[in-house]
Write a protein that binds this ligand. Structure first.
Ligand code: 5GP
Length: 117
């Protein structure tokens, strides 16, 4: 597995506040939260650098990340208030860790998005 910081979290080599886990997905709190709730969901068993690298036979993993986030939102009681999921891809998308991950942001009304800069 490619040695990103997230691979090291999967292997429990560095600490993280893990809030969700199933056979395929790990969810843990972002170290620099951008909202009152900011959790990252990552595939546990496949190291895929970016969304652009996902092959058709791996597409189910993206659904699993999204469903894990939705499950977490329901279980924590904020699904009805709402939330945002985000995947950043490469430099212009603001990606900094090259192991695909889905951001779950919630806990307050979120601003609009997509503004350059
Ligand atoms: P990206 O910018 O690649 O879409 O998102 C990477 C996220 O990983 C960032 O929001 C960043 O704060 C978070 N992050 C980076 N290093 C660590 C770490 O060591 N632990 C945790 N929990 N989050 C991290």
């Amino acid at each position: 597995m490619t040695d990103t910081i997230f691979a090291r979290i999967i292997r429990r080599e560095i600490p993280a506040t893990i809030v969700y886990e199933d056979d395929d997905v790990l969810g843990f709190k972002d170290i620099a939260p951008q909202a009152p709730v900011h959790v990252l969901f990552i595939p546990k068993n496949e190291a895929i650098p970016t969304l652009d690298d996902v092959r058709p036979e791996q597409a189910h993993l993206i659904g699993k990340l999204a469903l894990a986030a939705a499950h977490y939102a329901r279980s924590e009681g904020f699904a009805e208030d709402g939330y945002r999921i985000v995947m950043n891809c490469r430099e212009d998308g603001g990606q900094t860790v090259f192991h695909i991950h889905l951001h779950l942001l919630a806990g307050a009304p979120l601003g609009r998005f997509g503004t350059p800069g």
